[in-house]
Design a protein around this ligand. Structure first.
Ligand SMILES: NC(=O)c1ccc[n+]([C@@H]2O[C@H](COP(=O)([O-])OP(=O)(O)OC[C@H]3O[C@@H](n4cnc5c(N)ncnc54)[C@H](O)[C@@H]3O)[C@@H](O)[C@H]2O)c1
Length: 439
């Protein structure tokens, strides 16, 4: 009955506080038992990840590589003059006293820096998206396997207690059979559209442009490309690699799937006509063999409120992840089929209604509305990045698998980049999620 829907949605949800994952009892860490780490790519995310890593007990940063001198200087300001700073990460990889590296370079360096680090005996926390080109995936997986090094990809939502709760609810049947996942990430700001601040001293002297370029097609030094690289395919992967990949990681983690079988995307460059070669609006649809569809959207020109969220829709309810909460809503399906008789002759209407009333006698709503509107909220100050890095360092110590290994990372990034392929080709693209291959 329509009445039951409004009864369920008008009531306030039952609130539940989610506990942050409890720290494993490590006991005091001996002075000689610190993990020594280095950072490769010390921009916004690299500096942030390292700051979070240093909150994990028993982690020390001893070296940083970056292509911009100003960032190397700032790392010394934060982590001390003893820090080794260099433009050439090979200097870091040669040091035997470094256990693990965090890689926060632009996407086009993820594969090479990870492979070089693993071959040098280091465990690796590499930022998302794991790949820039499809050929990166198998090489990174194989190098991790061959060297026995841990490779964790930095989509922190995979370690979030929110996503863990959503996964638990879905597995427990709270929303019945999943048929659709709808996720979006909308922004409406210059910063949101990747126009990060360019430092006034940016120049070929302070920026190691040839090193930054790596295998990208050579062009003369360009501060815009250096500091706002996401806007060009040569270094970044568009909104798909930057943001869809988080939505894929979350979806794959919650649903336990290996990935879509086909995808199609559309969109365009609608507003940020500033020389970028990637769209600022993208919509994409994916089929999953498990029997659900994924529907993704990024809109950098959303005059409404900036927001991000995922909605899992099942036959018996929905699970929404947004902000600091997971919300479960479930509205019981109407038990009566209902009638549409008003266009029939009056005598017939009466006859049908009488038969219906006999079959479905009127009942009065009694008691509480049915359970099914629950909200699980994370504690104040909760950080999924902390949980993700803690998981990484726990694996570095225990040698047990990480939550987001190279196979998971490739399945998420490989799926995300289907969007770019489809957008460029104007066709549906097919993917084998088991074998992780384009078809
Ligand atoms: N997990 C998240 O939520 C999240 C958030 C933001 C960014 N990221 C990812 O982090 C990565 C970095 O993004 P960002 O915003 O920090 O970019 P950024 O431009 O702020 O920093 C990248 C840094 O890498 C350096 N670099 C480039 N090539 C290098 C090389 N060969 N050796 C050493 N340093 C090199 C550059 O000099 C630059 O300082 C991206 O892959 C991005 O997708 C993840």
């Amino acid at each position: 009955m329509a009445g039951s829907a409004s009864a369920a949605t008008m009531i306030a949800p039952r609130l539940h506080a989610l506990a942050a994952e409890s720290e494993e009892p490590t006991g005091p860490i001996a002075a000689n038992d610190h993990l020594q780490i280095a950072l490769i790519g010390a921009g916004g995310q690299g500096q942030y990840d390292t700051g979070v890593a240093l909150q994990v007990p028993g982690v020390k940063v001893v070296a940083v590589a970056d292509c911009y001198d100003g960032r190397l200087k700032h790392c010394k300001e934060m982590w001390g003059d003893d820090l080794l700073t260099t433009r050439d990460y090979r200097e870091i990889l040669a040091r035997k006293d470094i256990d693990a590296v965090i890689i926060g370079t632009p996407d086009h360096w993820h594969k090479q820096a990870s492979v070089d680090a693993m071959n040098a005996g280091k465990d690796v926390y590499c930022e998302k998206p794991m790949i820039h080109l499809y050929s990166d995936g198998p090489e990174m997986i194989e190098t991790s396997r061959k060297t026995g090094r841990i490779l964790e990809i930095g989509s922190q939502r995979v370690s979030s207690v929110l996503y863990a709760k959503a996964k638990e609810l879905l597995a427990a049947g709270a929303i019945g059979k999943l048929n659709m996942v709808t996720a979006h990430w909308d922004r409406n700001s210059s910063m949101g559209a990747w126009n990060y601040t360019i430092p006034p001293d940016a120049s070929p002297e302070t920026c190691d442009w040839p090193r930054f370029e790596g295998t990208a097609r050579h062009i003369p030094f360009n501060a815009g490309h250096f500091f706002r690289w996401r806007k060009w395919k040569a270094y970044g992967s568009g909104v798909a690699g930057d943001l869809f990949v988080h939505l894929f990681s979350g979806t794959h983690f919650v649903t336990n799937t290996k990935g879509p079988t086909r995808g199609m995307a559309t969109g365009g460059l609608r507003f940020w006509h500033d020389g970028r070669d990637v769209p600022d609006v993208m919509l994409a649809l994916f089929d999953y063999a498990e029997g659900f569809n994924l529907n993704l959207r990024v809109n950098f020109v959303d005059g409404g409120a900036e927001n991000e969220g995922l909605l899992f829709t099942g036959s018996e309810g929905t699970i929404e992840i947004g902000g600091n909460a997971v919300t479960l809503s479930s509205v019981p399906r109407e038990k009566e089929p209902g009638l549409t008789v008003g266009t029939f002759p009056l005598a017939m209407q009466k006859e049908i209604e009488a038969a219906y009333a006999k079959k479905y006698p009127r009942t009065h709503f009694k008691g509480e509305p049915p359970a099914g509107y629950e909200r699980y909220v994370v504690p104040d100050g909760y950080s999924d990045s902390y949980d993700h890095l803690r998981n990484f360092f726990a694996s570095v110590r225990s040698r047990k698998p990480v939550v987001e290994d190279a196979v998971f990372g490739y399945r998420a990034a490989g799926a995300a980049l289907l969007s770019n392929l489809s957008y460029e080709r104007g066709t549906v693209v097919h993917w084998d999620p088991e074998a992780m291959k384009l078809l």
